[in-house]
Write a protein that binds this ligand. Structure first.
Ligand code: UD1
Ligand code: MG
Length: 501
């Protein structure tokens, strides 16, 4: 996955680093309610996995070390980390004995960690880097032993509640299942994102009990332990509770997807992109759209896709890892790993497969599929064609319904068409074959041999008209009757009837 920045990330700033920092991401849980063979944290959400989003939110902290606690699906999660965060250290928690246990294991893997330890649940993908930074700044600024990110939410069901004393100071964090009715009525919740002082966290983790409804070691109990020991603990409130939403099942995942979609679309619109129907436009956080681009409805921009200035994309278009040049248009099409040059035109109904490269003002038109094809500046493949394993020079025109016959059943072969060539409709280029600069080919040709520059290649049977065939062989049919009438009309006007034209 690429490191392209979404608008919100672009605005983020790197804070000063007064301390060494360690980031711990908790990702060992199974996510039972997802009902999936994929570990929960690996579910995708607009360009990153849930875990990928959390790591991206923590990245601007510039932590010295990132530890990811893995458990369920550990091999899959480790493999994913190798792709997206190779510097992160996966640490195995064989049995999920609670969030406190998970952090204890993580700290065991970094015995020399000092300064601030930031702990983030692996399932809060809408968390923004600015919020993590603000939490850490507040924590370090107050020299607190522990600071929890909290939010007021409309529905706190299932979440840990922030319990404050009469002075409004944090007293404890209590899980819903362990909470009294009064505590359950609280709507200020623990977002599952924390900053700790390493030494004091380590000490408190050693004192955790499992005396709770789930019999687990709760990380959240660290707060009451520290407070009771006279250490300063603090609450940092998230500006927008949406950022703290977790993901526990696929209904929540889809709600998060909609929220992130709106955030991303709004970000691009504010930078000067027109999004005609934001509700049906899904832009991965890894994609980039330049100013004055117009994104029409039902469009997905995925992966490392870049849409250039003033380009038009959509409606009904999916671009995956595709670069669209300035002023180009891609209409009702699907592209994967393609490059569309500036002012080029694609579709309606085109399919650009990997390594399709269109030059400036090139055209790939309706019902055209391309693959490993370089189509030079100003060259056109307007209608009903397959262009695979091909190089087309500049300002050439490929006739309608042409097939680049690239596959002999065992291997793929290449076709090269020069510049300023004009190939006829309904051609087959049986690769390997070359057509020279300025050459022509006749309609309906099956081109199996090279065509020299400037030549006209004709590779088809000669036309033969069998006069009167229908009158003799299909006598009594409507065709024969029509032919007879045409003969009479021609005789009357003195012209010759033309049959079989
Ligand atoms: C936790 C908090 C709760 C908070 C909520 C926010 C505790 C005890 N409770 O509850 O106060 O409101 O998050 O979403 O921390 N994990 C491990 N190993 C374990 C257990 C969990 O790695 O042994 C990971 C999970 O994969 C998950 C994260 O820790 O990413 C949180 O665990 P989860 O079981 O979802 O905790 P909640 O019950 O949601
Ligand atoms: Mg949870």
């Amino acid at each position: 996955m690429t490191a392209r920045l979404s608008p919100s990330r672009r605005e983020s700033h790197v804070v000063s680093q007064p301390h060494l920092r360690t980031v711990v991401v908790l990702a060992a849980g199974e996510g039972k309610r997802m009902k999936s063979s994929l570990p929960k944290v690996l579910h995708p959400l607009l360009g990153r996995t849930l875990l990928g989003h959390v790591l991206a939110a923590a990245a601007p902290l510039g932590a010295d070390r990132t530890v990811v606690v893995v458990g369920h699906g550990a091999d899959q999660v480790r493999a994913h980390l190798t792709d997206v965060a190779p510097a992160a250290t996966p640490v195995l928690q064989e049995r999920q004995l609670g969030t406190g246990h998970a952090v204890r294991i993580a700290l065991d893997a970094v015995p020399d960690a000092t300064g601030t330890v930031v702990v983030i649940n692996g399932d809060v993908p809408l968390l923004r880097p600015e919020t993590v930074q603000a939490l850490v700044e507040a924590h370090e600024g107050a020299a607190a032993a522990a600071t929890v990110l909290a939010a007021e939410v409309p529905d706190p069901t299932g979440l840990g509640r922030i319990v404050r004393d009469v002075q409004g100071q944090l007293e404890q964090i209590v899980e819903e299942r362990d909470a009294s009715p009064q505590q359950r009525a609280l709507r200020e919740i623990n977002a599952g994102i924390y900053a700790f002082d390493a030494a004091r966290l380590r000490e408190a983790l050693g004192k955790l009990s499992t005396d709770n409804d789930q019999g687990e070691e709760y990380l959240t109990d660290v707060f009451a332990l520290l407070r009771d020991a006279g250490e300063p603990v603090a609450v940092h409130c998230a500006a927008d509770h949406v950022e703290t939403l977790g993901c526990n099942d696929r209904v929540e995942l889809s709600a998060l997807r909609r929220l992130l979609r709106d955030r991303v679309n709004e970000g691009w619109m504010r930078t000067g992109v027109s999004i005609l129907d934001p509700h049906t436009t899904w832009i991965d956080v890894t994609a980039t759209v330049e100013r004055d681009a117009v994104i029409d409805q039902n469009t997905q921009l995925q992966g490392a896709t870049v849409v250039g200035e003033g380009a038009l994309v959509g409606p009904d278009t999916t671009l995956v890892d595709t670069v669209v040049g300035a002023g180009a248009s891609v209409v009702r099409s699907h592209a994967v790993g393609a490059e569309v040059g500036p002012e080029a035109s694609v579709g309606p109904y085109a399919y650009l497969r990997p390594e399709s490269r269109l030059g400036r003002k090139a055209k790939v038109g309706t019902f055209v599929e391309t693959k490993k094809a370089s189509i030079g500046d100003g060259s056109k493949v307007p209608h009903l064609s397959y262009v695979g394993d091909a190089t087309i020079g500049e300002h050439s025109n490929i006739g309608a319904a042409t097939v680049f016959v690239n596959y002999d059943g065992v291997r793929k072969h290449h076709t090269t068409i020069g510049s300023h060539a004009r190939t006829g409709a309904d051609n087959m280029f049986v690769a390997p074959v070359r057509v020279g600069d300025g050459a022509y080919t006749a309609a309906g040709s099956v081109i199996t041999g090279d065509v020299p520059p400037g030549a006209m290649a004709v590779a088809r049977g000669q036309q033969r008209n069998v006069e009167g065939w229908v009158l003799r062989k299909r006598a009594g049919t409507e065709a024969a009757e029509a032919a007879r009438r045409a003969g009479e009309d021609a005789a009357e006007t003195g012209g010759a009837a033309r049959e079989g034209d």
